[in-house]
Design a protein around this ligand. Structure first.
Ligand SMILES: *[C@@H]1O[C@H](CO)[C@@H](O)[C@H](O)[C@H]1NC(C)=O
Ligand SMILES: *[C@@H]1O[C@H](CO)[C@@H](O)[C@H](O)[C@H]1NC(C)=O
Ligand SMILES: *[C@@H]1O[C@H](CO)[C@@H](O)[C@H](O)[C@H]1NC(C)=O
Ligand SMILES: *[C@@H]1O[C@H](CO)[C@@H](O)[C@H](O)[C@H]1NC(C)=O
Ligand SMILES: *[C@@H]1O[C@H](CO)[C@@H](O)[C@H](O)[C@H]1NC(C)=O
Ligand SMILES: *[C@@H]1O[C@H](CO)[C@@H](O)[C@H](O)[C@H]1NC(C)=O
Ligand SMILES: *[C@@H]1O[C@H](CO)[C@@H](O)[C@H](O)[C@H]1NC(C)=O
Ligand SMILES: *[C@@H]1O[C@H](CO)[C@@H](O)[C@H](O)[C@H]1NC(C)=O
Ligand SMILES: *[C@@H]1O[C@H](CO)[C@@H](O)[C@H](O)[C@H]1NC(C)=O
Ligand SMILES: *[C@@H]1O[C@H](CO)[C@@H](O)[C@H](O)[C@H]1NC(C)=O
Ligand SMILES: *[C@@H]1O[C@H](CO)[C@@H](O)[C@H](O)[C@H]1NC(C)=O
Length: 790
């Protein structure tokens, strides 16, 4: 019972501190891990501060597709009934805690408009009951499956709709630029193409379920420290090729809305940055929907209106306390009347908002919110409406498919009716004070880790720990099953792991959103080691059991060096952040009912300094400059370019079967004319032909092993040196199912865009001179087939 005795003093010392305004703002900045990790490097070698050029006015929404044109047409027609005050009401949230949802747009009875309910979070409906806690973004990314991206989002969408939430505040499209980034787990990993496809299929799945998606956080919000005062500085090519790409794919899926972020981008607030909103998003990408502010990210009424913001959230002057007054609302009316904001700008805001609503068909019989985020357990305001259907099935499928087997020696896995099994570590067991003890999951983990912390978390309606699922399985197999959840009671651990068939040690690492600090981690992690004494625990178990299996639940990269090569550590399984179905999903992989196919959505390095990027923890000015000086060299692009040997590379993951790649070939399927651009630049909007396919590449995939399974194949491009690209960039992937002995022909298309790089000088996408190589394989460093396009 030592574990239990530990709790009071540990809890006192390590309890989470939640800032006074406990939602989505404030927080991180100032303290950190005790060393300065990022050397001061001037952005682009230029000592004057980066600057964002003006771009006005906001383009009127046109509609890039017939579906958008129809929605905009309906919006314009309906808007004729609205008077000016009512148009302003569409743009301005009712204020924090003035309505049942995280964000609310008031109903307008005179014209029959029912209002809008905006809800977090990216992995399930936040702050309510009878919902499914789906696997987090990092976990679904690890599936490398477009089908699962879609089905997870569609099931989640059904829950948002059942609860009466109009807008899903997801997907999260920021890139895991630094392993320490606090909110990395909400997003889809470190590669823009993987994130882009995940964003694309998530938007499609969500919106097909009738719920508006919201691509966020636009843009450059890759760390929590200084997210409310720092300027992210990104050069034009890096911005387009890495950070903008997932937003482009979200726009192409028809996302109804986008969320501008807290930070500044080239020293201009993201929610009043006319270059990024009016030009990049609404002109270059042709975004037809509306831009809403992150909660409290609006800093000026007139400037944001003219720069392209369409909706302010939650509507108050500052976030997030109950108050009166808004930078918009009555102030927007005044600004229009005194000529600071054009009436046509208000019309465009309102048109975009109504168009997003029509686009997903919310004008017809959409449920009203039947819960209250601010009074979650009060039956007078909560209907406790069940939204779950059988969504546990897809949640479990994603959690299992997103489990990555990193090491498997001496046939440690799959487990086969072991005689005696011991499981060790607090991360194996149920959450001691209940699954929802810590507000927004932001606290020291006395129990298994299923989600990160912050507004991206949701309330578990139930949560199966690994212990529960593995014990059920042990009974079925008549396995003797012992456990110890006390991370510090070595005596008991050593006793139960000695002479048993296998010992499974569970360890975890956490991070989250910067408004909550856990053990001095202000959102971003201070280090990459596992928490809860994990390294020592693994060491103790491995010293006493020659079949030690390590299971890791983590928000992102951890340091595996102290145990990865240990001869008694026979297997390492990265279960990421699995949500409610944690235990059953893990058991299905450990016992081989599911053949693992999960792949790393980021590189695991041997040393923190190997990553080449880190969080900026310290400021010497009031507007800290977060310079993305590594440019394109993020994650594997950096390891490849610098020749650094990772522990495990991007895209890596083991299977219980083997796959053979063969017979690669390609054909041209489109016009190769490269003169279409003429005098045009991206300022005219990206042309349709850019996204038309030029080549189709095919290869054969055979299951050559003894188990049915899925292979998450990947295709990388290798550009000619003169293109200035990293050695390899991902351009296609998917997860293909193959029975034993089965062969399938796999094909993918490459568009003009896929084969282009961004030219800062010409301000457009250009086709590099020379030949492009296509590399197909099982990871970014396990290339099995190559072909040159010529
Ligand atoms: C970022 O670059 C600017 C110049 O563009 C420089 O003044 C500043 O010191 C740099 N900041 C850091 C943290 O490297
Ligand atoms: C430095 O950047 C500023 C702002 O972007 C620009 O005006 C200036 O010309 C640049 N200087 C050099 C030497 O590149
Ligand atoms: C617009 O309509 C609202 C009712 O929805 C009414 O209260 C308001 O006075 C009207 N405003 C104007 C400017 O007519
Ligand atoms: C207008 O904005 C100011 C802050 O700039 C705020 O104090 C005031 O309450 C706002 N007025 C209205 C009507 O919302
Ligand atoms: C117009 O109104 C807005 C909102 O109240 C205010 O911020 C701005 O200063 C006013 N501008 C002029 C020129 O009066
Ligand atoms: C592992 O230990 C068991 C006894 O617990 C022993 O029977 C077995 O041979 C050992 N295996 C290896 C590979 O050392
Ligand atoms: C484990 O088995 C060995 C024989 O292989 C025995 O000597 C030892 O006492 C056993 N350990 C425990 C803790 O029972
Ligand atoms: C890393 O951070 C965790 C959580 O704050 C802490 O428990 C652990 O002691 C730290 N590890 C090291 C090596 O500092
Ligand atoms: C591996 O485990 C065995 C017990 O099975 C132990 O005797 C041995 O010392 C361990 N090896 C290492 C390197 O810790
Ligand atoms: C990690 O890299 C740093 C800086 O290069 C070096 O000082 C340190 O010894 C390395 N740590 C390990 C464990 O290799
Ligand atoms: C660093 O940022 C904090 C806000 O997080 C600010 O209060 C402080 O003044 C800044 N420090 C300097 C030296 O500008």
């Amino acid at each position: 019972m030592k574990w239990l005795q530990l709790v009071p003093w540990v809890a006192a010392a390590l309890a989470a501190s939640v800032s006074a305004d406990d939602q989505g703002i404030g927080g991180a900045g100032g303290s950190g891990p005790g060393f300065e990790t990022v050397p001061r490097v001037p952005f682009n070698g230029n000592d004057s501060l980066p600057y964002s050029p003006p771009f006005y006015p906001t383009p009127q929404t046109q509609g890039t597709t017939q579906k958008w044109k129809d929605a905009i047409g309906k919006a314009r027609e309906y808007l004729q009934q609205f008077n000016q005050t009512e148009k302003v009401m569409l743009t301005t949230g009712t204020g924090w805690s003035r309505g049942p949802c995280v964000g609310n747009i008031a109903a307008i009875p005179r014209v029959g408009f029912p209002g809008l309910c905006l809800m977090d979070g990216p992995a399930g409906v936040r702050g309510t009951d009878r919902i499914t806690s789906f696997p987090d973004g990092v976990t679904v990314a690890a599936t490398f499956s477009k089908d699962l991206f879609y089905r997870r989002a569609h099931a989640m969408g059904e829950e948002f709709k059942t609860k009466g939430a109009n807008i899903w505040l997801g997907p999260m499209n920021n890139i895991a630029r630094t392993p320490e980034g606090g909110r990395n787990w909400e997003g889809f990993g470190a590669d823009p193409y993987l994130s882009g496809e995940a964003a694309h299929y998530s938007v499609l799945g969500m919106q097909d379920a009738g719920v508006q998606a919201n691509i966020k956080h636009y843009i450059g919000n890759e760390q929590e420290h200084f997210r409310n005062e720092g300027s992210t500085n990104i050069d034009g090519r890096t911005e387009r090729e890495i950070y903008l790409h997932p937003f482009l794919r979200g726009v192409q899926a028809g996302a109804s809305s986008a969320m501008c972020s807290y930070n500044l981008l080239q020293n201009s607030w993201a929610c009043q940055n006319s270059e990024m909103l009016n030009n990049r998003l609404k002109t270059e990408l042709g975004f037809s929907g509306y831009v809403l502010s992150d909660w409290g990210a609006q800093h000026a009424g007139v400037a944001s209106a003219n720069a392209g913001l369409d909706m302010t959230m939650p509507g108050d002057v500052t976030c997030c306390t109950k108050q009166t007054g808004s930078l918009w609302g009555g102030n927007l009316t005044t600004a229009i009347n005194n000529g600071s904001v054009a009436e046509t700008r208000l019309d465009d805001m309102a048109t975009r908002i109504l168009a997003g609503w029509y686009y997903v068909g919310q004008d017809k019989g959409y449920p009203k919110p039947n819960f209250d985020f601010f009074n979650q357990r009060d039956p007078t305001v909560n209907g406790f409406v069940d939204a779950t259907k059988d969504h546990w099935k897809v949640a479990r499928e994603v959690a299992a498919a997103g489990t990555v087997v990193l090491k498997n020696k001496r046939h440690a896995l799959p487990l086969c009716k072991p005689d005696r099994l011991a499981i060790i570590g607090s991360d194996a067991g149920p959450l001691y004070q209940g699954a929802n003890y810590w507000s927004d999951r932001g606290g020291w983990p006395y129990g298994t880790l299923g989600q990160g912390w912050g507004s991206g978390a949701n309330e578990y309606s139930y949560f199966f720990s690994p212990y529960e699922a593995l014990q059920a399985r042990a009974r079925q197999d008549r396995t003797d099953f012992q456990w110890n959840f006390d991370d510090y009671n070595y005596e008991q651990t050593e006793k139960i792991v000695t002479n048993v068939t296998a010992a499974i040690v569970f360890v975890s690492a956490l991070s989250g959103e910067g408004y909550i600090t856990v053990d001095n981690n202000e959102g971003d992690r201070n280090n990459l080691t596992v928490w809860n004494n994990g390294e020592e625990l693994i060491k103790r178990v491995a010293a006493n059991n020659n079949n030690t299996i390590v299971v890791v639940h983590s928000v992102g990269q951890v340091d595996y060096e102290s145990f990865a090569d240990h001869p008694n550590v026979t297997a390492i399984v990265l279960a990421n952040l699995p949500g409610s179905e944690s235990g059953p999903a893990l058991a299905s992989v450990l016992y081989g009912e599911v053949n693992p196919s999960g792949r790393l959505p980021y590189t695991i390095g041997r040393n923190r300094t190997d990553y080449g990027t880190d969080v900026l923890y310290y400021n010497d000015t009031v507007t800290p400059q977060i310079n993305y000086t590594e440019a394109l060299h993020v994650d594997y692009r950096h390891f490849d370019a610098k020749g650094i040997e990772p522990r495990w590379e991007f895209g890596f993951g083991l299977s219980y079967t083997t796959f053979d790649y063969s017979g690669i070939w390609w054909q041209q399927v489109g016009q190769a004319d490269n003169s279409w651009w003429g005098d045009k630049t991206a300022a005219d909007g990206l042309p349709e032909w850019l996204f038309e396919p030029l080549y189709e590449v095919s290869f054969s995939l055979t299951n050559t092993g003894e188990r049915d399974g899925h292979e998450a194949w990947q295709a990388y491009l290798s550009f000619p040196k003169s293109a200035g690209e990293p050695p390899k960039v991902l351009r296609a992937f998917d997860r293909t199912e193959l029975k034993v002995g089965e062969t399938k022909e796999v094909s993918f298309k490459l568009s003009h865009y896929d084969l282009s790089t961004w030219s800062n000088k010409q301000h457009r996408w250009v086709r590099p001179e020379g030949k492009i190589k296509v590399l197909v394989g099982a990871s970014s460093r396990d290339i099995r087939q190559a072909v040159v396009l010529h």
